[in-house]
Write a protein that binds this ligand. Structure first.
Ligand code: NDP
Length: 493
């Protein structure tokens, strides 16, 4: 007698006519103020520029007013940072500096829920990401670097490495709080003081971080936050009173900063764009690879410098993988960033949405086939549905340029050499992923790929202890781990 077994498959919620009920986090948790001020010399002070308004990308409505700094305010902030460096922070013992960093880390953890909601409102990223990634990882950066503050002599830079002085830091809008933590924590642990400028469109969480630092008792002037657009960023990085510049943002702006700093003797690290390849071999666990590809390109709606924006798939499994991928991408819920069920939130600004739309249109014009999720999208706010472009060629703009949105291009390859050649055929060199069951192949690929980070059978994993950075047009210098600490220190051999 034979028994018949019934194979059940997980139903696709969208095809079954039901979906998750909305589960929005309350916006009130963020306690958004009407107006925010720059943070200089330990206090929140009026900037001398015209106020600017930040918007909630989730509904395209104004969120708060932010007093803007002027170049004169940058002078005041740099002078405060210099005083704090000379009088307080650099003479302080490493152990004592570490205690401040631990306090800041705990302060972030205490205000985690508020910060998660605020980041969601100001940036448009989903609450699941701000709650489970941005805010805890920001706290981790302070915890990790607090540990280094009294161990600088063990970094391999001699028994007594010296701090550089005042660090000018300019950060982008895609991970506002995390980028601030990522930059401020190593600078402070090494004994430098900081003037930081967040992006004009997403300054709120960094200004709340300033509150956390003030509550931790950080001495006045050790960290200063100036507000404003690119002109203020430019005034800051070119200020004669700064000793070190750390910039994360576009390759175009990074290139300009490198040019203007040439010959000044000031130390510089640049973390710029990317066009990461996610490479799937025919022996890979395909369902696992699908999850990694989804994470690689749809995390933070693809507004990630190390996004896996180019899928390279080996020919024998290309059709099967693509079918699985499109089916999975169709299940992603796009919409209200505050909703705990949302997978893909809003695009951070209308300017970025326009850029993404324009690049996708250019791909279609150049002959790419455009697949787009038909999942519903809110009427208001700045959204782009998950998009997969096939029939692409290495010459197309969508394959060459950083789209910085939820848009994946797909190419196929036959041999590992072809995969390497295609993956490296980019001026960028920030990230790559390799999906294979063979450890030896993963290691060989990692050596051949020109990328600062190569993930094996995973993607978008971050750890404050691991150095992150790129080469080529992705910039230079490392952030995180001992290498990231070294970027803020003078050799003390
Ligand atoms: P930018 O490089 O212009 O912005 C990054 C930061 O630099 C912001 O704080 C910005 O200020 C500031 N800035 C702008 N001009 C100058 C300048 N001349 N000197 C010093 N600082 C300056 O990036 P965009 O926001 O214009 O984004 C454009 C593209 O760049 C994106 O589409 C994406 O492809 C890429 N990008 C890459 C990022 C990465 O993580 N590597 C992050 C962000 C963007 P403000 O925003 O206030 O004008």
């Amino acid at each position: 007698m034979t028994t018949q077994t019934t194979r059940t498959t997980t139903p696709n919620p969208l095809s079954q006519g039901w979906t998750y009920a909305p589960a929005p986090e309350s916006a009130a948790i963020a306690a958004v103020k009407d107006r925010y001020l720059p943070f200089v010399d330990g206090t929140f002070v009026e900037g001398h520029g015209d106020d600017a308004v930040t918007f909630n990308p989730g509904n395209a409505e104004p969120l708060a007013t932010v007093s803007q700094s002027t170049t004169g305010d940058v002078d005041v902030a740099v002078a405060a940072a210099r005083r704090a460096y000379e009088d307080v922070w650099s003479p302080m013992s490493g152990a004592e500096r570490g205690r401040y960093l631990f306090r800041i880390a705990r302060g972030l953890a205490e205000r985690a829920r508020e910060l998660a909601v605020l980041e969601c409102l100001d940036n448009g990223k989903p609450i699941r990401e701000t709650r489970d990634f941005d805010v805890p990882t920001a706290a981790q950066h302070f915890f990790y670097h607090a540990g280094w503050a009294d161990k600088l002599g063990h970094l391999g830079l001699g028994p007594a490495p010296r701090p550089l002085g005042v660090a000018a830091q300019v950060i982008p809008w895609n991970f506002p709080l995390l980028m601030a933590a990522w930059k401020i924590a190593p600078a402070l642990a090494a004994g430098n003081t900081v003037v930081i400028k967040p992006a004009e469109t997403t300054p709120l969480s960094v200004l709340v971080l300033a509150e956390v630092m003030a509550d931790a008792g950080l001495p006045p002037g050790v960290v200063n936050v100036v507000t404003g657009a690119g002109d203020i960023g430019s005034a800051l990085v070119n200020h004669p009173g700064v000793d070190k510049v750390a910039f994360t943002g576009s390759t175009t702006v990074g290139r300009g900063i490198q040019r203007s700093l040439a010959g000044t003797g000031r130390r510089l690290t640049l973390e710029l764009g990317g066009k990461g390849a996610n490479i799937v071999f025919d022996d890979a666990a395909l369902d696992q690879a699908v999850e990694g590809i989804v994470n690689g390109i749809f995390f933070n709606a693809g507004q990630v410098c190390c996004a896996g924006s180019r899928l390279l798939v080996q020919e024998p499994v290309a059709e099967e993988l693509l079918a699985k991928l499109e089916a999975r991408a169709q299940t992603l819920r796009v919409g209200d960033p505050l909703d705990k069920n949302t997978d893909v939130g809003a695009i951070s600004s209308v300017r970025q949405k326009t850029k993404i739309d324009e690049l996708v249109a250019s791909g279609a014009d150049e002959g790419a086939h455009v697949w787009r999720s038909t999942a519903p999208v809110p009427d208001r706010g700045w959204y782009v549905s998950p998009t997969i472009l096939t029939a692409t060629a290495g010459s197309m703009r969508v394959v060459r340029e950083e789209i910085f949105g939820p848009v994946l291009t797909v190419e196929t390859f036959r041999t590992p050499d072809e995969a390497v050649a295609k993956a490296n055929n980019t001026p960028y060199g920030l990230s790559a992923g390799v999906w294979t069951e063979k450890g030896s192949r993963a290691m060989a690929m990692a050596s051949a790929l020109q990328a600062g980070v190569v993930w094996d059978n995973t993607f978008n994993r971050f750890d404050p202890a691991a150095a992150f950075g790129g080469y080529g047009e992705s910039g230079f210098g490392r952030e995180g781990g001992p290498a990231g600490m070294a970027a803020y220190l003078e050799d003390g051999s």
